[in-house]
Design a binder for this molecule. Structure first.
Ligand code: NAP
Length: 254
């Protein structure tokens, strides 16, 4: 197949699943569709991704429509993070507008296990309100842009884990930052939480294996978890695994 008639797949990335899907498609060899993974550009050093990469926002729905047309994208697989609601909504609107098939690859949510003490809340603001009820030393893994509501939690010390060390001051008065990228092991999470005398975990219901170990550590240490539930996803075709996304792609390309 020549480069010109090769189908072109746009993957909205920023997750392990997006990277695994890109790798699986590229591994099909010279007859594989071209794969472009789009990253928002939030982290300083993006993880390795097979195929082509574009970095940065599209500039809203209309510009994404123009991109899909200009690049002659055959199909879009939205494998962005379950909490990246804006890009998922934009991709849905842009694909409808441009007449490009779109699939949502939405990783399965975590399921509670015996002994878990999960307190599910609907938003970061609700999580911040709940925190003082559960302890005084919180392990906070909600991301750099979601910290502001926790500034109102008085008397709470936070261990904030981010992918990159921040270059600007965090909005939290009493905190320590640890910069690390998953996957995280149970032994490491337990050691980290014990060293900092953590008595609660505050996180998003992200799902996936990369960051699950903190929940197992919390259960073993008897720590409650304040978990922010996922935002709604757009209507339309949806799968929860890389293999199922490849099947969908197979159907679209035949
Ligand atoms: P978001 O709120 O849904 O998106 C905000 C804006 O960032 C979008 O409107 C878009 O800008 C741009 N954008 C987001 N994802 C993009 C992508 N894959 N390619 C190109 N532009 C993108 O997203 P977010 O929550 O800030 O997350 C940003 C990225 O980090 C996502 O790709 C996501 O997969 C990844 N991530 C997010 C989380 C999380 O907790 N939210 C966790 C881990 C990884 P324009 O409107 O200009 O196109």
């Amino acid at each position: 197949m020549s480069g010109l008639d090769q189908p072109k797949i746009l993957i909205l990335g920023g997750t392990a699943e997006a990277a695994a899907l890109a790798a699986a498609i590229v591994a099909r060899g010279p007859d594989a569709p071209r794969v472009i993974t789009s990253l928002a550009g939030r982290t300083r050093a993006p993880a390795d991704v097979a195929g082509e990469i574009r970095i940065g926002g599209f500039g809203g729905v209309d510009r994404m429509v123009a991109y899909l047309r200009d690049e002659k994208i055959t199909a879009v697989i939205d494998a962005s993070h379950p909490f990246a609601a804006r890009i998922s909504g934009n991709a849905d609107a842009a694909c409808q507008n441009a007449g490009v098939p779109r699939l949502l690859l939405d990783r399965p949510p975590w399921e509670p296990r015996d002994g878990d003490q999960w307190h599910i809340v609907k938003s970061t603001a609700d999580a911040a309100e709940a925190v003082p009820r559960f302890g005084q030393r919180a392990f906070l893994t909600v991301g750099r842009t979601e910290l502001a509501p926790f500034a109102a939690c008085s008397g709470i010390w936070f261990l904030v884990r981010l992918v990159d060390m921040p270059t600007t001051l965090l909005p939290l008065a009493d905190c320590e930052v640890v910069a690390a990228r998953g996957p995280f092991t149970l032994a490491d999470e337990q050691a980290l939480m014990q060293r900092h005398e953590i008595d609660m975990v505050v996180c998003k219901a992200s799902g996936g294996e990369m960051t699950r170990a903190k929940l197992d550590a919390a259960r073993m240490m008897g720590c409650p978890v304040v978990m922010i539930s996922r935002p709604a996803v757009p209507e339309g075709p949806r799968v929860d695994s890389v293999a199922a996304a490849q099947d969908w792609l197979g159907d679209v390309l035949t």
